[in-house]
Design a protein around this ligand. Structure first.
Ligand code: FAD
Length: 414
């Protein structure tokens, strides 16, 4: 019987355990450093805000969520030797395996200037693991409602939006000039920001850097910003980007920023060692490589990896990259590549759309508006709709996205 080691119990690890659990002839050892069953990580802001319970986040048992017979939770793989096919666990155990899946996701990237407070001060957390969301919730429930969120990317913004509803006093701080700096162009994000700023007690402090912290008994009491202002706070959340968890792999340094490379079978450079989810970088539909960031991609990649581990010959198609942030009734969304120069703007329904048309086709878009106006836009990128057709359809319809009747006429895909 072949022994398969799955490292990590997020969306990718859980999906692989589910697939391999249904195949005879494999012993699956599923090791996860978190002490919980697999859960919906994207709901952590809601958990921190007290809108959901931890149990509501857990994936169903049949999803291979780390409750199976070979599951070890609360134990990390401290070192993995791909060539020797051995691993050391944090409880001192040493194990051997035939094949492995690395599904260790990513952790917060801690900027040099903040390293002295993260891990040392009990009121400084990230928003990547359940224990962190629960710890922020305890601080808020303890009647300490002033939260400084460092980083106005997707996680920082989603957390600010969730905490607004708790009545907390929130400061959202970022060195960039506009929210969601790696997701939307500044002028597009500026259309979304007023929706974030309505209601609640939220100060969005863009163009600000944390220059120092006042620490008392291992607790941050206030942050000093680069403009000289002081933010008194009860909790600090770092939402300063992510780095893939690869440092436990023999031969990897501590801060690989771009993810493990894999082939279309999800196999790494080491034969028999597969990887999936946020820990990898992969080929996208537009031909570029990108780090993981979507649940859907993590699950699909893990599915392919598990099937190959089981002896099939499965390949993963180039995947979609995109992101959506919902603020009240409005969404900000991005899909595909938006860095090209061929951009055009349209009004779709009641919403704003900037499409990127490169090489005669639709390669990406940015959107701020109502979810129903997004209709048909993602297929436009996935199928690379013809640029001339896109122009004509968007000008003629003036209505929401590409309506089904307009889409039905979309014969000309590049
Ligand atoms: C707040 C938030 C909101 C999000 N919103 C969305 C959204 O709306 N839509 C969307 O598609 N995606 C969203 N994402 C991203 C999505 O959650 C990730 O793409 C997804 O979780 C990736 O799954 P994964 O299995 O690769 O990694 P993870 O879910 O990160 O799981 C990896 C697991 O491996 C464990 N691990 C790490 N190292 C070791 C080790 N050495 N030994 C044992 N275990 C280890 C980690 O602790 C973790 O439990 C969001 C993420 C966050 C944090």
């Amino acid at each position: 019987m072949e022994r398969v080691l799955i490292v990590g119990n997020g969306y990718a690890g859980a999906r692989a355990a589910e697939v391999l659990g249904a195949v005879a002839g494999f012993e699956v050892l599923h090791v996860s450093d978190e002490a919980y069953p697999a859960y919906c990580r994207h709901l952590l802001p809601g958990l921190a805000a007290g809108e959901r319970t931890a149990e509501e986040l857990f994936l169903p048992t049949e999803n291979g969520n780390g409750r199976g017979p070979g599951a070890r939770s609360g134990i990390a793989v401290s070192r993995l030797f791909p060539k020797a096919r051995r691993a050391l666990l944090s409880n001192g155990e040493e194990i051997s395996f035939d094949k492995a899946l690395i599904a260790t996701g990513a952790r917060v990237f801690v900027p040099e200037k903040l390293r002295h407070i993260f891990g040392r001060c009990g009121n400084v957390v990230a928003m990547r693991q359940m224990k962190e969301a629960l710890s922020l919730r305890r601080i808020l429930e303890g009647g300490k409602p002033r939260v400084a969120i460092i980083g106005a990317g997707r996680i920082g913004v989603l957390l600010a939006e969730a905490l607004k509803r708790t009545g907390a006093r929130i400061f959202l701080v970022d060195i960039a000039n506009e929210i969601l700096p790696t997701m939307l162009h500044g002028d597009v994000a500026a259309r979304l920001r007023p929706h974030l700023e309505t209601e609640g007690s939220l100060s969005v402090l863009m163009g600000s850097e944390v220059a120092g912290a006042e620490i008392e008994e291992e607790t941050v009491r206030s942050l000093l910003l680069s403009d000289g202002s002081i933010l008194e706070c009860d909790a600090v959340v770092l939402a300063t980007g992510v780095v893939p968890n690869t440092e436990f792999l023999e031969g990897e340094g501590p801060d690989r920023t771009d993810g493990l490379p894999v082939d279309a079978r999800m196999e790494t450079e080491a034969p028999g060692i597969f990887a999936a989810g946020d820990v990898i970088r992969f080929r996208t539909v537009t031909g570029k490589t990108a780090p993981g960031q979507l649940i859907l991609n993590a699950r699909l990649q893990a599915d392919v990896a598990a099937r190959n581990i089981a002896g099939e010959r499965a390949t993963c198609p180039p995947l979609f990259v995109g992101n959506v942030v919902k603020i009240g009734p409005v969404v900000g969304a991005v899909a595909g590549d938006v860095d090209g120069t061929g951009t055009e703007e349209y009004r779709v329904g009641d919403s704003f759309l900037r499409v990127t048309l490169e090489g005669g086709g639709m390669t990406g878009f940015q959107f701020v508006g109502l979810p129903e106006d997004l209709r048909g836009l993602v297929p436009g990128v996935l199928k690379r709709f013809d640029a001339a057709w896109v122009r004509q359809a968007l000008t003629a319809s003036g209505g929401p996205g590409f309506s089904p009747s307009v889409l039905a006429g979309a014969g000309a895909w590049v």
